[in-house]
Design a protein around this ligand. Structure first.
Ligand code: ZN
Ligand code: ZN
Length: 297
């Protein structure tokens, strides 16, 4: 079991590094960013934590919800959905998953309790393929539930859902990578790293680009934001935030004043919801048993 997870961890790291590291050198969004930039090891810990522990927890939870839904939830709807052509069944499940996670992501930026967990992901001050894995496990698991709940309720076969999870995970790595490709209008259809990078702008809480796969929900609800020009704006959180892996795992559970006392730092000012600091520049995010994929917010 542990050997399997370690093997998957090593193999996935190798595959992602082989695919993305050269692309980040050839087509960098921020050419000055080093491969081993600050906090690279912290993000490696998040990567390892996902593969060794939290992916299995997520998969166990999804299987449990799927088994329960198979017995109890919306049975006529599942029966009707299964009569659809497979491609339509799958497309409907993916689109509804996109929609659910879009609103969940907006809620994460709106409500303090959810934000404390999601802030871990936003604490990255450098984006690349490894930083995509910086997620608090509660945030990642809740996001995976949102992404997959429509497919579960519509009775999409678990194998097909597994394939979608892997594609979403790969795309999540891509949109966080330090890559700028000349996608042109395709970025309105598929999304692109530069679109999601704006979601990581250092601000109180960003108010743009909440979509997971394609940016259609951002376009539909008026939250799409992708100015032209080079990426020179700062990334990360404006407030103090712990840097270490274990500290970031426990930080969301501890009230702000208590954390400030523990850390020996002064408490930060309360954040205002939905307010964005002006950008620094320009006008104006295995189908098998291990689920090796970041959730992609
Ligand atoms: Zn976010
Ligand atoms: Zn992100």
């Amino acid at each position: 079991m542990w050997m399997d997870s370690l093997w998957t961890l090593a193999a996935s790291f190798a595959v992602l590094a082989v695919v993305f590291a050269p692309l980040e050198r050839l087509f960098p969004a921020r050419a000055e960013q080093a491969v081993f930039r600050p906090r690279w090891l912290v993000d490696l810990c998040f990567f390892a934590g996902q593969y060794l522990v939290f992916a299995a927890v997520t998969l166990w939870l999804l299987r449990g919800v799927s088994a329960w839904a198979g017995e109890h939830a919306l049975l006529p709807l599942r029966a009707a959905a299964r009569r659809l052509p497979f491609w339509l069944h799958a497309a409907l499940s993916v689109a509804l998953g996109d929609l659910l996670v879009y609103w969940f992501h907006r809620a994460c930026h709106r409500y303090d309790f959810l934000w404390r967990f999601h802030a871990v992901h936003h604490s990255a001050e450098h984006l690349d393929w490894l930083a995509a894995h910086r997620e608090h496990p509660f945030d990642g698991i809740a996001t995976q539930l949102c992404l997959n709940l429509p497919g579960i309720l519509l009775g999409l076969p678990f194998e097909a859902m597994g394939a979608v999870i892997v594609i979403r995970g790969f795309w999540a790595v891509f949109i966080h990578s330090n890559i700028r490709l000349p996608l042109g209008p395709l970025r309105y259809v598929l999304g692109a790293p530069e679109v999601h990078h704006w979601h990581h702008l250092r601000s109180e809480r960003t108010v743009h680009n909440f979509a997971n796969l394609a940016p259609w929900a951002d376009l539909l609800f008026g939250t799409y934001h992708c100015p032209e020009g080079p990426e020179t704006y700062p990334l990360g959180l404006p407030e103090p935030w712990p840097k270490g892996y274990l500290a970031q795992l426990v930080r969301p559970f501890i009230p702000e004043e208590r954390w400030a006392r523990l850390a020996g730092a002064s408490a930060t000012a309360p954040r205002r919801r939905g307010e964005e600091i002006a950008p620094a520049r320009g006008p104006g995010r295995g189908a098998s048993g291990t689920l090796p994929a970041p959730a992609g917010k």
